[in-house]
Design a protein around this ligand. Structure first.
Ligand code: GSH
Length: 231
């Protein structure tokens, strides 16, 4: 049996939108590992209780439960050393931590743009939990938190300048081919793409071109994933 991935889902079970689960999806695809994804909702803590914590991604591989996207990536690299590498060696692994950390920060930076859109996509069993836990975290109603997002777009785009500089001379953060650094950064942008019509990146932005390349990987795994109802 292949690996099982508990994957955050919306009201529509095929809408998979977690920035962290997307990292894991692409890491598994890169490794060429078979995966069965199981839709999971925020409030289904009991389902992933064997992982001893309450967040996804969680994978189960031959009876072993592993949580946390970074721990999963390093587990896959060490457990399947003969499959394509996610890090290109131990130095690559060490350097990828910065990309992964930056992607974690981006989750926080992007959230004030899409928090309400995420809310609109949730299963009803998750709605109240999401609103109350997130409002407690940000200290205001989601509506007030997201208000004026258009005005916050320019500084957000400016903050991506270091990434643009890298992409001037290489198509992926991994170099000629994508590595885990790319998958880590892809997650927050795919999270926004799957839940919101709000355009974070300008069409002329090299980051936009990179994201389009990422969507095409693995036979369009990212591009073909169901997104919010665009009707
Ligand atoms: N550091 C974790 C973060 C995982 C995380 O925060 N996952 C979110 C979904 S995007 C979650 O499961 N949240 C559960 C909750 O808020 O109750 C990782 O890298 O995997």
């Amino acid at each position: 049996m292949g690996i099982i991935l508990y994957d955050l889902a919306g009201e529509d079970p095929s809408l998979r939108f977690s920035p962290y689960c997307w990292r894991t999806r692409l890491a598994l695809a890169h490794k060429g590992l078979e995966v069965e994804t199981i839709p999971w909702r925020f409030t289904e803590k009991d389902v992933i209780a064997p992982s001893m914590q309450g967040r996804v991604p969680v994978i189960v591989d031959g009876g072993r439960w592993i949580s946390d996207s970074w721990a999963i990536a390093t587990y896959l690299e060490l457990t399947y050393p003969d499959n394509p590498t996610l890090f290109s060696g131990m130095a690559g692994l060490a350097l990828s931590r910065l990309y992964s950390a930056h992607a974690d920060i981006l989750v926080g930076t992007i959230f004030p743009f899409i928090a309400l859109d995420i809310f609109a996509n949730l299963h009803e069993k998750d709605s109240q939990y999401f609103r109350s836990s997130r409002e407690a975290r940000v200290g205001k109603p989601l509506e007030a938190f997201v208000a004026g997002r258009q005005d916050r777009l320019a500084p957000f785009r400016e903050s991506l300048a270091p990434f643009r500089l890298v992409l001037k001379t290489q198509p992926f953060f991994g170099g000629e081919q994508p590595l885990y650094a790319d998958y880590a950064l892809f997650g927050p942008f795919q999270w926004a793409r799957c839940t919101s019509s709000f355009a974070l990146l300008e069409g002329t932005d090299p980051m936009h071109a990179w994201f389009e390349r990422m969507l095409d990987l693995f036979d369009g795994l990212g591009r073909n994933a169901p997104a919010y109802n665009r009707a």
